[in-house]
Ligand binder design. Structure first.
Ligand code: TEU
Length: 528
């Protein structure tokens, strides 16, 4: 991890839902350019841009048909270059989302492969006989192609055929994609499901780790070389030891793992099998990754993204929107790693509301609805699951201000506006502003070394409280969070308060924590 990035925050934008500039109800690149001041004001130093390449859009851009051009709904290459330039001018890098595991079925590589073209014939995974592997979106992972008269493999939808990473030309093509975008001046890459590039579909093995390391190393070496590019691998399939290995020298800056995202799921079942939020489980996972990557590797810290419904709605009581949103921010920002903010988090945005099929856009949710009764869900249970875990939750349009389309667009958006109106965003000058909270935390991480380097120690507290200390040299910072809507007895004394969501005095003590109360304190000298 390059030092420059130790204290920075990466802001994730889902372009479709960020800002519409041309009145078609779909967010676009020009809209993002118009909002760069917002990102700068927040203090983020990089924008992770979900895919903006040409795509038939079955999976909202994660089905790419041309890695070298821009989705016309979003703009064109010239606007993309302007975005990179304008962001750069504000000290903000652009991180591109690279989908290397699969393409769209409308990519010309796939078209050519279906026709058994001499060169592209072997670019995808073709077999005469499928096995019983199921795709991540449900249903078989193999689809018969009438033209080629063979089955092709797809980890996701049938419109997203997996590339054949055994083929050296596939590997070369992907390195070329990286070279092209670094040439355009981007500062980072997020690699979509990168841990799937070393699977053995015949033996049903999703990850052959050594082969994965080898392929990843080669991709980064060929595509990026010595350039200073921040890289994050979406790699939910890696365990702690494997993460350490792939975040070492010459490898990734960090990876995303999704353990915290599963704490409200029944273990061993699907994401649709809901379980109550378990604070102890959250604390166990935080501790595991903080201690595990203490000396080696680097954490990426996030609660939400475009696939994950908002933790604020999933885990907390919506009566306490402000307290909940700010507590989650403090819990995350106190930890060691690179912090991510998913668009709207800085306004305390909540999940959407979905009452019938016509409200949904996500391919995964629609598939689940079709299969739900076969999977044993009643209609009511299925809707409850969609409401809680459906990916559309985080994809509803950004709410910038009051009004029908909330400043996102001046026309009906591609996905209905919904969710709780976050009263907090309406007046950023008001005392209780989630935005200013994030701003402060982002600034503190840059200025205070203890955030970046301090060692982590979790306090032994009752289960609804998560409290930890970060120490570096003779500096100590303490983070205390009430994860519940209960008032809980807790004695603590502080010298200097850095951040609080209950207006505690700068120097003082407490004997109880209010609902979702959280504070970050600073004491020079170690606690006895
Ligand atoms: O997600 C990978 C992934 O594992 C998710 O699809 C996950 O299984 C699902 O969201 C759980 O609900 C990445 C992208 O982030 C996602 O948007 C894409 O759909 C997917 O890859 C395919 O490219």
């Amino acid at each position: 991890m390059k030092d420059k990035w130790l204290g920075s925050t990466i802001y994730q934008i889902y372009p479709r839902s960020y800002q519409d500039s041309d009145g078609d109800g779909i967010g676009d690149l020009r809209g993002i350019i118009n909002r760069l001041d917002h990102v700068e004001e927040l203090g983020a130093e990089m924008i992770w841009l979900c895919p903006v390449y040409t795509s038939p859009n079955h999976d909202n851009g994660y089905d790419i048909s041309d890695y070298y051009s821009i989705q016309p709904e979003f703009g064109d290459m010239e606007t993309m270059r302007l975005l990179i330039k304008e962001a750069h001018r504000r000290g903000i890098g652009i991180m591109m989302d690279i989908v290397a595991n699969h393409t769209s079925d409308e990519h010309y590589w796939f078209e050519s492969s279906r026709n058994r073209d001499v060169f592209y014939g072997d670019f995808y995974i073709w077999r005469d006989q499928p096995n019983d592997t199921t795709s991540f979106f449900g249903g078989p992972a193999w689809t018969f192609d009438e033209r080629r008269k063979q089955y092709y493999f797809h980890s996701f939808s049938k419109h997203q055929p997996d590339l054949n990473w055994e083929n050296p030309y596939v590997r070369e093509e992907m390195a070329n994609v990286l070279k092209f975008w670094t040439g355009e001046g981007v500062a980072g890459f997020r690699f979509d499901v990168i841990d799937l590039i070393a699977k053995d579909v015949d033996r049903k093995i999703w990850l052959q780790f050594e082969l994965f390391e080898e392929r990843l190393r080669a991709l980064l070496h060929e595509g990026i070389g010595e350039q200073h590019i921040v890289t994050v691998g979406e790699a939910g399939g890696l365990d702690l030891e494997q993460v350490k290995r792939v975040t070492g020298d010459g490898m990734l800056s960090m990876v995303f793992n999704f353990e915290t995202c599963a704490i409200d799921e029944v273990a061993g079942k699907t994401k649709w099998h809901l379980a109550p939020f378990r604070p102890t489980e959250l604390k166990r996972i935080i501790r595991k990754w903080q201690e595990g990557l203490e000396d080696e590797g680097w954490n990426s810290l996030f609660w939400n993204n475009h696939d994950q419904p908002r933790a604020l709605s999933r885990w907390l009581d919506s009566v306490y929107l402000y307290e909940g949103a700010t507590m989650l921010a403090m819990l995350q920002f106190g930890l060691k790693g690179t912090t991510y903010v998913y668009q709207g988090e800085e306004f305390g945005m909540t999940n959407g509301t979905f009452e019938d099929r016509s409200h949904l856009r996500d391919i995964e949710s629609l598939r689940f609805l079709d299969a739900a009764s076969e999977m044993g869900f009643s209609e009511e249970e299925a809707w409850k699951a969609i409401q809680s875990k459906g990916r559309d939750n985080a994809r509803i349009p950004m709410r910038w201000q009051a009004g029908e389309y909330a400043g996102f667009s001046d026309t009906e958006p591609w996905i209905p506006m919904s969710g709780q109106v976050p009263y907090l965003e309406l007046d950023q000058e008001q005392e209780r502003s989630v935005f200013r909270f994030y701003q402060n935390l982002i600034a503190l991480r840059k200025s205070e070394a203890v955030f970046r380097r301090g060692d982590f120690t979790l306090f032994d507290t009752e289960e609804r409280i998560c409290a930890y200390e970060r120490t570096s040299g003779n500096e100590t910072m303490t983070v205390i969070c009430n994860l519940s809507n209960d008032t809980i007895p807790f004695s603590f004394e502080w010298e200097t308060i850095w951040v609080t969501n209950y207006a505690r005095p700068s120097h003082g003590k407490m004997d109880k924590l209010a609902p979702y109360e959280a504070l970050i304190c600073y004491n020079s000298g170690r606690r006895k």
